[in-house]
Design a protein around this ligand. Structure first.
Ligand SMILES: *Cc1c(COP(=O)(O)O)cnc(C)c1O
Length: 238
């Protein structure tokens, strides 16, 4: 299958899942806009194929390594927004400040501190999501449900950070239905935080769902999906 065919198929499935969520009343409808953002995940993908995706109209690209973002940014035309979606080490923050539109994977207070420091030095405001380890997996990064409230409060007080929402990487499962309970929980957290905190945060993105489970994620309220394999096929790591 070509990238174009894959993209059209995914766009169709996104629309169908969004309709289902509207019927269920689970869609996150910010500022009257009902929309699911597609983040094309380009990790390990060569720049020619990344460019093909951008040329097809995908405007947001996701990478999980800072070096890859720095390498690809000058090589891809069409001014896509770059999102950092993988674990970010504090010593790498400085290099990507100003290069990425959104960091999905803010997973520790130390990282919040470093982001504030480097954003202030660069005289800009950095937009972030807090990552939640919703299934409490030992192998995953992210705040636990219990830690999340404190982290939200903490980030909300930082003048050079704008908290835009939440992100999760759900467990790897055979049947995407197994993750439905986690997506539901994420939506509840998102809604609760939205009700509770008003100052200096702008909860608009609920980033959840990957190739295997994005339809279920959208049905439960996701408005930002991160898809790699579904667009490009299997990844080959060298
Ligand atoms: C690789 C990756 C994805 C995309 O996964 P696919 O299964 O290839 O769609 C999404 N989110 C994160 C954080 C990733 O690292």
């Amino acid at each position: 299958m070509s990238i174009e065919n894959n993209l059209r198929e995914i766009q169709k499935r996104i629309e169908l899942a969004l309709e289902t969520s509207v019927q269920k009343g689970t869609e996150i409808n910010m500022n009257g806009e009902r929309n699911v953002s597609l983040v094309g995940v380009t990790k390990t993908i060569d720049t020619a194929r990344v460019q093909e995706l951008v040329n097809l109209g995908v405007t947001i690209l996701g990478e999980n390594q800072t070096q890859e973002i720095l390498r690809k940014v000058p090589l891809i035309s069409g001014a896509p927004s770059w999102h950092m979606i993988g674990h970010l080490q504090t010593n790498k923050v400085k290099s990507i400040i100003g290069k990425v539109k959104l960091i999905h994977s803010v997973d520790s207070i130390r990282l919040v501190d470093e982001l504030q420091k480097q954003a202030q030095n660069a005289a800009l405001v950095i937009e972030i999501l807090l990552e939640v380890n919703i299934a409490n997996e030992a192998t995953k990064h992210g705040f636990s449900e219990q830690e999340l409230r404190e982290a939200v409060k903490y980030a909300a007080e930082k003048p050079n950070i704008k908290l835009n929402g939440l992100m999760t990487v759900a467990p790897y499962v055979e049947n995407p239905e197994s993750n439905r309970i986690y997506f539901k929980k994420m939506r509840e957290l998102f809604i609760d935080i939205n009700k509770e905190f008003i100052n200096n945060i702008n909860m608009q993105n609920l980033s959840m769902g990957m190739t295997n489970d994005y339809a279920v994620a959208i049905e439960e309220g996701s408005n930002m999906v991160r898809i790699g394999t579904g667009l490009f096929g299997e990844r080959f790591y060298i």
